[in-house]
Write a protein that binds this ligand. Sequence first.
Ligand code: S3P
Length: 425
Amino acid sequence: MKINKVSKIIATIKVPADKSITHRAIMLSCLSNGTSVINNYLHSDDCKMTMNAFKLMGVEILQTRNSLTIKGVGLNGLKKSQQNIYAGNSGTTTRLISGILSGQNFSSTITGDDSLSKRPMKRVIEPLRLMEADIIAKDDNFLPLTINANGSLKSIDYVSKVASAQVKSCILLAGLYADGITSIIEPEKSRDHSERMMKAYGADIVVDNLKVSIKKCDKLHSQEINVPSDISSAAFFIVAGLILQNSKIKILEVNINPTRDGIIEVVKNMGANIKIDNIKNISGEEVADIEVSSSCLNCINIDEKIMPRLVDEIPILTLCATQAEGTTIISGAKELRVKESDRLFAIASQLNKMGANIKETEDGLIIHGKTKLKGCIVDSFKDHRIAMMLSIAGLIAEGATEIIDSDCVNISFSNFYEVLKEICK
Ligand code: S3P
C-alpha cells in the first residue's frame, strides 16, 4: 500500500466491531443452550478462525453481513473435529479454545500460521495441565497443540505471572467444566470482557479485584449481543487526529471499557484535545463517541502498571510520541516481543527508517521527540497493528510511504484502507 502525506482530516467515522468481544460472543454462543444472535460482529480473518473451529465441531452458524445466528449445542454438545483446527494468526482463538477443548471428551489438534506457531503456549499449557488436561505441544510450548481430553478436569487456584486476558479467559472457560470452583489471580487487571459476558450467559462467576472465580457450570443461556466498536482500531484514528495539523476526527460508539481505555488516559496526559461524549451501555460494555483534534503533545512515561489497558496500542502510541516534545519512555512492555510480530523491534526499526529517534530496550522503547518523518519503504512484518500504525505515519511523512504486506490489516480491520481513503479525500 502506498500512502501520501495529507494536509488535514476532518471526518466522522465508525470503526469495526471489537475483536475480543466478537471471539468471546461466538464461543459462548456455541456453548449455550438455545439460539444466540450476535449483531455487528467483527468480519475479520481472526474471528473467522474462531467461527470455523466451532463449525468443524458441528455448530451451525448462520452468517449475514451484519449478524451471526448461532444454534448453541450446549457445554457438552461439541463433536470431535475430523481435521486439525487451524487458528491462522489468532492467539485469542488458540488460547481461549484450548480451555474449552480441555473440557471435552475427545481429542483435538490446533495448528496456526508461521507467526502463531512461534508464539508461546506454555502460559496456557501449564495451568491446563494443573487442571489435569493431557496436552502435547511442540517443544512443550508451541503449536501444533494436541489436547487429549477425557471429560474430566480438576479445579485450580492459579496465580498467573502474566497479566493476560487470553490466559485468564482460557482458565475460566476450562473452569466451566472443572469440578468445584476454579480461580485465577493476575498481577495486573487485564481486559474483563470474558467475565462480563460469561455472567450474562449465566455462568456463576465472581470478580474480587485481581481474582476471578468460576463454578462448574451445567448450562449457559443463549443471548443477543451487540458488539461495540473496537478501541484498538479507533486508536489509529485517535492518534491521526492528534498529530495531523488542522484536523478533527470523531469516532462513534467506541468501547471504552475501563480495562481497555489506557490510550485515552495517556493521550490526555500528553496534552491531547480529546472529548468523550454520549456515554452509554451496549450489551454490558461502556461505549462513547471519541472526538480528537490537532494537539501540541508532550512526552510521557508508560509503564507495566497501565500496560494491560493499552497493550495493543503501543505501536500507535509510539508514533504519537515521535510527534511529542521531549523523551517518552515505555517500559514493562516485554509482552510485545511475543505478539503477532516482535512489536518492539518492528516499531523501532521501521519508524527509525522514516526518521524517528527511537531506542529499543529489552522491555520497551525510548522515543526522542519531536521528529520529522519522511516516506520510504517499510515492512509490516505481516502484523496488522504495525501495518496500520505505519499507514498513519505515512499521512504525516514527507513524500510517499510504501508498506509491504499491508493486506494483514484483514486480521482486525478489513476496510481500514477504504476508511482511510474516504477521510483523506
Ligand atoms: C486479547 C488479549 C491481549 C491482546 C490481544 C487480544 C484477548 O493479549 O493483546 O490482542 O482478546 O483476550 P494477551 O492476553 O496476550 O495480553
